[in-house]
Ligand binder design. Structure first.
Ligand code: NAG
Ligand code: NAG
Ligand code: NAG
Ligand code: NAG
Ligand code: NAG
Ligand code: NAG
Ligand code: NAG
Length: 369
């Protein structure tokens, strides 16, 4: 199925009534000077300048805070303390590796993070506190295995460049799907077709066996790998739009995100429900036994690209956006601190939007409508 910016906004439209008082933002309606920052979900506020703030829809391209720079690291989960509450996180990466944006987590005895999905919590999402501006990201994880339930490992930039690994429904135990978006627009291979993404076989049940899934996102090529084996590659040179001469390829720094979310529920688009394997059965014996559905994350390895557009200067701690060049936002590494002066920052706008919209927005941000 195709996703476009227009359909994303359409999907959110019924929910806008909930937040009538708050100014919305998009490509044609930027935030005003009084509430300069456009949140991930398209709402303006001076409190939304942290992670997820969209520089293209904010008052000016530099309204958003600088965003924390990439670091080579293998992230594990000795405790859940490495995951901060997104609503109070202030951009200080010394305090947390991840933010919990929505939902509930638990830590297993084997130090795996369990993503919890219940009938009422709307799913769970975490985001890296640092951004990756090209790099290789490998996640060792076990997926969900229930129809209507989607496990996702994605990169998402603040201007909606997006690279996805997704496992929708029961069928995904032997099959992962890859996809990517440029400024919120699905790649041309998937455009106009019924495909949500390319499908790739997994050698053993992904819900009960650990596998390594890799997004190898470099300046000139994007590759997807399973257990170190390449299953798909896209050359940037092949993404050029012949009319605009723009490369429709992800180029902007992105957070790494993991989520378990309910696609097969009332309120989802029919195409999304079908794609995810149908409606969720909350009477499933697994759900009854555990009291929730879950997916498990063991570790995440990030290797930052270091050359070309990804090159940084000694002392740089952040990325900042500059004006557009040839229709694509420019990004610079910078020595400006990403830590907000405010003691508590509403990162994404979820607090203001409320749980209903936040749950819906997660679905929108990690799938194709
Ligand atoms: C942007 O938002 C404005 C105001 O809410 C709305 O009128 C307009 O249709 C939106 N534009 C797009 C492209 O969705
Ligand atoms: C970030 O947090 C660390 C650890 O608490 C602290 O030492 C440091 O001063 C903080 N940085 C800023 C800029 O607030
Ligand atoms: C984060 O903290 C806020 C304020 O204390 C709380 O309302 C919210 O439920 C917390 N969010 C999560 C995901 O735990
Ligand atoms: C994936 O598995 C299916 C079912 O076993 C098989 O038909 C198909 O050829 C496999 N695809 C690849 C690319 O190996
Ligand atoms: C979803 O819709 C079906 C059919 O309209 C209805 O029977 C069911 O109660 C709804 N479920 C929820 C959770 O609202
Ligand atoms: C930058 O380019 C994007 C994509 O072409 C466009 O949506 C946006 O409106 C442009 N912004 C500015 C400030 O020119
Ligand atoms: C950032 O770099 C500029 C020049 O490149 C320098 O003048 C400034 O002192 C630096 N700021 C910090 C906080 O290091």
């Amino acid at each position: 199925m195709k996703r476009s910016t227009a359909s994303t906004l359409l999907a959110l439209a019924p929910l806008l009534a909930v937040v009538r008082a708050q100014q919305t933002c998009n490509s044609t309606s930027l935030c005003g000077a009084d509430a300069p920052c456009c949140s991930e979900f398209g709402f303006c506020s001076a409190d939304f300048c942290g992670a997820g703030c969209n520089p293209l829809f904010s008052n000016t391209v530099d309204s958003c805070n600088p965003i924390p720079i990439c670091e080579d690291k293998t992230y594990t989960f000795p405790t859940l303390d490495v995951i901060a509450n997104a609503t109070t996180f202030n951009g200080n990466v010394s305090l947390a590796d991840w933010t919990l944006d929505k939902g509930d987590l638990s830590l297993t005895n084997e130090n795996e993070v369990a993503f919890i999905l219940t009938e009422t919590n709307g799913g769970t999402r975490i985001s890296s506190t640092r951004y990756v501006h090209y790099g290789t990201i490998t996640a060792t994880m076990k997926t969900g295995k229930w129809d209507g339930v989607v496990t996702a490992f994605i990169t998402m930039s603040d201007v909606h460049d997006e690279i996805d690994w997704e496992w929708p429904g029961k069928a995904s135990t032997l099959e992962g799907q890859s996809n990517y978006f440029w400024l919120g627009v699905v790649n041309r291979d998937s455009r106009g077709s019924a495909a949500h993404g390319d499908k790739h076989n997994i050698t053993s049940d992904a819900s009960s066996n650990y596998h390594d899934y890799t997004i190898d996102w470099q300046e000139d090529e994007l590759r997807f790998l399973i257990d170190g084996q390449e299953v798909r590659s896209i050359k940037k040179s092949d993404t050029k739009d012949s009319k605009t001469s723009v490369f429709e390829y992800p180029t902007t720094p992105a957070r790494v995100q993991f989520s378990l979310w309910p696609a097969g529920i009332n309120g989802s688009a029919q195409g999304t429900i079908d794609w995810s394997g149908g409606n969720i059965n909350f009477q499933d014996p697994d759900y009854i036994a555990a009291g929730h559905f879950y997916a498990l994350l063991k570790s995440v390895k990030v290797e930052c690209a270091k050359t070309g557009a990804a090159a940084t200067k000694v002392g740089d701690v952040s990325y900042v956006y500059g004006a557009n060049a040839s229709g694509v936002p420019t990004v610079f590494s910078s020595n400006e601190s990403a830590v907000s002066a405010a003691t508590a920052v509403v990162v994404s706008g979820m607090r203001a939007i409320g749980p209903l919209v936040a749950a819906f927005a997660i679905a929108v941000s990690a799938l194709m409508l």
